[in-house]
Every structure is written in C-alpha cells, then in structure tokens.
Write a protein that binds this ligand. Structure first.
Ligand code: F6P
Length: 381
C-alpha cells in the first residue's frame, strides 16, 4: 500500500492534530472502553444518519476505496444508528460502490433513530459492534448525529465523524457537502419563479431549508437576485418588508421575490400554538411562508403567493463541487481510521481537509456570516 500519510513536502496531508495521527494501526489489539474491551480487527463500519444530503454516496465510496487500499474492510450499517442498534448491516467493497459518486441519497439508508434517545447509549450498540468485528465507525451526519457520535466516542467507541448537511451549519468546518447542491437547486427554482412573478405582478415568497442558519437563503437569494431575504439570524419587521415592496413598485418593479429560511422566527402575533419535534428534539419545520404570505399581502396590498421548496433541495444528483468535497472528506476519514485516530471529524479549513476534535464540531451551530448578509442587503428593495 502506498504511504499516503505525508505529501511531497513532508506535511501530513490531513494536517493539524498530528498527535492523533501518530497512533499506529491497532489491528489485533484490544482497546478499553467504558463497558469492557473491544478487539481491534481492522473492520471499518460506515453509517449515514439524520436527514439525507447530496454527496453521502460519494463519501461512502471514498471511504471504501481508501480503506481497501490500506488493507482494511468496510461494512455498511443500514439506516443510521438503527442498523447498529438492531444489527442490520451490509457488506461493502469497491465493486459495490464504484458507480455511486454522482448518486443522490444514501445507499445505506438513514433514520433519526438515536442510541441515546431510543436506547442506552453505547450499551445499546456494543453487542453489534463486537458481533460484526467493527473497531472504528465512520459516522456521516449533521448536528444531532455528531452530538451522539461525540458521546459514544467519550464512552470509548472509536469514531471518525464526517460533517454533512445542506444547512451548512456545522461548526469547525468552512463548508459541509450538500450545501452547494441545495443552493444550486434553490437558485434554479428562484430564477424560474422570478419570470412568473413578473408576468403576473405578484410577490412570491420562496421558503428554503435552514433550521438555525440562513446560509441557503442568503446564498440562493444573492445568486438569484432576491428582493428581500429573511433568515433566522436577523430579526425582521413585517411593516418594513411591506414598505420595501411598495418602494419597489414605486420605481416600476411590480413584482418581488422574497426568500425565507424555514427556521426564521415568526413575529409573536403570528406564532401558532403547537410545535412538532423530531427524535433529536428539534422542531419539525416547514410552512413559515404560508403563515407570512397573508400578512405580507394585507400589509402591502400585493397578491402574495408561496412556494415551499422543501425536500427537493436535498434530493438528486450532487454538484461537482459537492462530489469532490465529499470524496476528499471520505478519503481523509479513511486515512484517519487507518491511522488509529478517534474522536475527530474531518473538516474543510481554507482549501485543506483537516481533522478537528468532535467536541469542537459539536460546541456550537455555525450561523450565517453577517458579512454575507450585508452583501445580500445591498440588493434589497
Ligand atoms: O438538517 C437538514 C434539514 O434539511 C433541515 O434544513 C430541515 O429542517 C430538516 O433537515 C428536515 O428534516 P426531515 O426530512 O427529517 O423532516
């Protein structure tokens, strides 16, 4: 196997945290964990959990290829943590994953079942870890999944995290894969909505995903020339929005596109009574535009229609950028697994892929950069 741990200049290709990477492969050893010893066999488990996202299959393919190159075997864990809790696994090899770099979704399936919410943490999965001879798990997930990965790694399970979410809100990485694809899908949709809004003299309120952060709303809004963008990070006033729309009409623009991120807080008087939550306790979002539209119409006097893009933003083929980022993450994750590292996540910093402690990734949500919103605001109205 070629030694890939160093580049031509002698720098570690995954950079940083060198001490973590200094650990030699521990195949054949026995590692201590809170519930007893785990024998290290050289088997890497791979799972995808939480909401799906374009690029998951590119990561799986990259991990399998790189691990095989390093003499190790991969096993696929079905439907996220559920597969580890219920022992549902599939063998993986490079022949099986060869053609999936551009395939959307995840060949492993996913779910929001969680070992801490629906089980007793490590004890609920340890028998399956041992039965399958898994000594390291590559966990591809977002905020909730990585938080559980951190807890499991603190309990002693060797884990390498890979950040995924179209929301782009994971700390410690400059970008998550899937975001670029979602922005492109939303931009294409808004471009189309703009021509019909103009033909009919309408305001169209386009709702995009973004639970805590307005990255998709801001990027797609800037790219498509939106006239106003509402994001969770920036409080807004409906009266000001209506004034902005009227100002546009006064200068001869009798249509407007307003982009709203699903996680934007509603004004107090429009908030509904009930909140639905998912397995991680996150509010089940979607539909804010339907609440806002009648209020915008009443205040502005303009016919206001709604398009909720929803899951179309997560589906289908990843952009070339996301395929490449996902592949780089997968290769780095396999390298970390081969080197015996644990409790780390691969991250993009500048143009380098680096390992960062899972603690750092889980410490906070990565909100929209105010400088990006400032750029967007330049074009409002
Ligand atoms: O976290 C990514 C995300 O796409 C959010 O933007 C959205 O609120 C959520 O997932 C939807 O998840 P689900 O498909 O489980 O309802």
């Amino acid at each position: 196997m070629p030694d890939r741990s160093h580049d031509r200049d002698g720098d570690n290709i995954v950079g940083g945290l060198v001490s973590l990477l200094d650990q030699p492969s521990r195949k054949g050893e026995v590692a201590d964990c809170a519930y007893g010893p785990i024998s290290l066999t050289g088997m890497i488990g791979i799972l995808t959990a939480g909401g799906d996202c374009p690029g998951l299959n590119a990561v799986i393919r990259a991990v399998v290829h790189r691990a095989e190159e390093g003499g190790q075997t991969c096993i696929g864990i079905r439907d996220g943590w559920k597969g580890l809790m219920e022992n549902i696994t599939v063998p993986l090899d490079r022949d099986l994953v060869d053609e999936i770099v551009g395939l959307g979704g995840t060949i492993l399936g996913t779910s929001r079942k969680d070992p801490y919410v629906h089980g007793d943490g490590l004890t609920s999965i340890l028998p399956m870890i041992e039965a399958n001879g898994i000594d390291r798990v590559v966990v591809i997930g977002g905020e909730g999944t990585l938080a559980s990965a951190l807890r499991l790694s603190q309990e002693g399970l060797p884990i390498i995290g890979v950040p995924k979410t179209i929301d782009n809100d994971i700390a410690a990485t400059d970008v998550t894969f899937g975001f670029h694809t979602a922005v492109q899908i939303a931009t294409d949709a808004i471009d189309r909505l703009t021509t019909t809004a103009e033909s009919h003299n309408r305001v169209i309120l386009v709702e995009v995903m973004g639970r805590h952060a307005g990255w998709i709303a801001a990027y797609a809004g800037i790219a498509s020339g939106a006239d106003a963008i509402l994001v969770p990070e920036v409080p807004f006033d409906l009266g000001n929005l209506a004034t902005l729309l009227k100002r546009r009409q006064a200068r001869g623009k009798n249509y407007s596109i307003v982009v709203v991120a699903e996680g934007t807080a509603l004004p107090e008087d429009l908030k509904g009574p009930s909140v639905k939550r998912d397995a991680y306790g996150f509010e089940r979002l979607g539909g804010i535009a339907n609440v806002l539209a009648p209020a915008i119409e009443a205040l502005s006097g303009f016919e206001t229609r709604v398009t909720v893009l929803g899951h179309v933003q997560r589906g289908g083929t990843p952009t070339a950028y996301d395929r490449i980022l996902a592949t780089r993450f997968g290769v780095a994750a396999a390298d970390l697994a081969l080197s015996g590292a644990s409790g780390v996540m691969v991250a993009l910093r500048g143009d380098q892929i680096v390992p960062v402690p899972l603690e750092e990734a889980c410490a906070r949500v990565r909100l929209l950069d105010p400088a990006i919103y400032e750029v967007a605001e330049t074009f409002f109205g």
